[in-house]
Design a protein around this ligand. Structure first.
Ligand SMILES: *Cc1c(COP(=O)(O)O)cnc(C)c1O
Length: 404
């Protein structure tokens, strides 16, 4: 079981006030908060061994290089990748997806098909549309039902030997739906298609095993798992990463350069042009250590309790509708109050010190499906409490009274 008050003490920000009220932070699906150990890691880096990596023979550079490569190995172990060079450091999920989408421009031809899901984040739609424009490939979409679950019967029908790539998020950031990625991967492989899974929203709740999943690419951002912003990862099977051309040219990604011809460095450096977010990568490793010490099973059990509690309490409010009622979902609740704009509710909640997200959550097609401009989204992490949910419920009731 989690000792939540002890955990809360690890997060300095959780003891601050917002508008003279204790902060209630329920915007974890957008970014998680940062524990002291991760902050200390960042301070330690800039205080003691800030230097560029893989270049200098001097001590600071070697220390920074060692710590950066150890962080890569921590990420490898966390995701159970076979090799550490299958882990590419990126600036985040968006960068990782663009890296793969760009690489596939060289591998696709007109008439090939890419399948995405109706539950995607904009960062998962736009790069594929750009890829289709460049190559003449065709984008197909797995639809969802009223509960916010993907319809697998339609997916089965969309698959054919024209399908080259399937792209789905593991968990939807807008609705919290956990998608059946094992099934999606198996079926895609049966027609010879590669699969890229967006794990940005699952990694805070689940520890994925890329080898057991047999997934071709898996991507995530550090800032959603208690790490800093501006750093993330791409896992790719070695064979796929060797096949994809580099994304950006620059220092660090080359073996030899002349004006006639450049040969690229081996993995992972082929995809890591320029000076990376060194400190961020090291802090990403520290964040995973922190979460693993708490334990992802403990985290999931506790967050499911919070989800059930919040769903029950919010459902008692008349005129409140929850969007996304999938059988399998994580601790995200998207809702609206009848006849009231989500933004107005969010503004009142902020006055009460409660941070929620309002809007389309970078998932406009989902909002169009439900014919709404957006939702109020409360997303819970392992450092939240039932008392905070009570404060949210009271705040929503107050907002409803003031606005109707
Ligand atoms: C947050 C998120 C992204 C984008 O992550 P960045 O860190 O902003 O690149 C992509 N997909 C999902 C499902 C997300 O939740």
């Amino acid at each position: 079981m989690l000792d939540v008050s002890k955990i809360r003490a690890d997060f300095p920000i959780l003891s601050r006030q917002v508008n003279n009220k204790p902060l209630v932070y329920f915007d974890n699906a957008a970014t998680s908060q940062t524990p002291e150990v991760v902050i200390d890691t960042i301070v330690d880096y800039y205080s003691n061994y800030n230097a560029n990596i893989h270049r200098g023979v001097h001590t600071l550079s070697q220390e920074a290089t060692d710590k950066y490569e150890i962080a890569r190995q921590k990420i490898q172990a966390h995701f159970n990748a076979k090799f550490s060079h299958e882990i590419i450091f990126t600036s985040g999920t968006t960068h990782s997806i663009n890296l793969v989408a760009n690489g596939f421009s060289a591998l696709l031809k007109a008439g090939d098909e890419i399948i995405v899901s109706a539950l995607e984040h904009h960062s998962n739609i736009v790069p594929w549309q750009m890829l289709c424009e460049r190559t003449g490939a065709i984008l197909k979409v797995i639809p969802m039902n009223q509960e916010g679950e993907l319809i697998m019967e339609t997916y089965d029908k969309l698959l054919s030997n024209k399908t080259k790539l399937v792209f789905v998020n593991h968990i939807s950031n807008a609705l919290g739906t956990i998608n059946p990625i094992e099934y999606i991967i198996e079926k895609a492989h049966a027609v010879g298609a590669a699969v890229l899974i967006d794990g940005a929203q699952s990694c805070p709740h689940i520890k994925p095993d890329v080898q057991a999943l047999d997934v071709d690419f898996y991507v995530a951002s550090a800032h959603k798992v208690c790490g800093p912003t501006g750093v993330g990862m791409l896992y790719g099977k070695e064979a796929w990463l060797n096949k994809l051309p580099p994304y950006q040219g620059g220092g660090e990604m080359i073996a030899e350069v002349s004006f006639e011809k450049t040969t690229y460095a081996d993995l992972p450096h082929k995809f890591e042009a320029g000076t990376p977010n060194i400190c961020g990568g090291i802090a990403f490793g520290a964040a995973l250590d922190y979460m693993n010490a708490i334990g992802f099973d403990n985290i999931a059990t506790y967050e499911n309790e919070l989800l059930a509690y919040a769903t029950e309490k919010l459902s008692t409010i008349e005129g409140l509708k929850i969007y996304g009622t999938a059988k399998h979902k994580t601790s995200v609740i998207s809702f609206n109050l009848e006849g009231i704009h989500p933004y107005d509710v969010g503004t009142i909640l902020d006055k009460l010190g409660i941070a929620v997200r309002t809007g389309h959550h970078c998932a406009q097609p989902i909002m169009d499906f439900f014919c709404i401009p957006g939702t109020i989204r409360a997303s819970f992490a392992f450092y939240n409490t039932k008392e905070e949910i009570d404060i949210l419920v009271a705040g929503v009731k107050k907002a409803k009274m003031m606005l109707s």
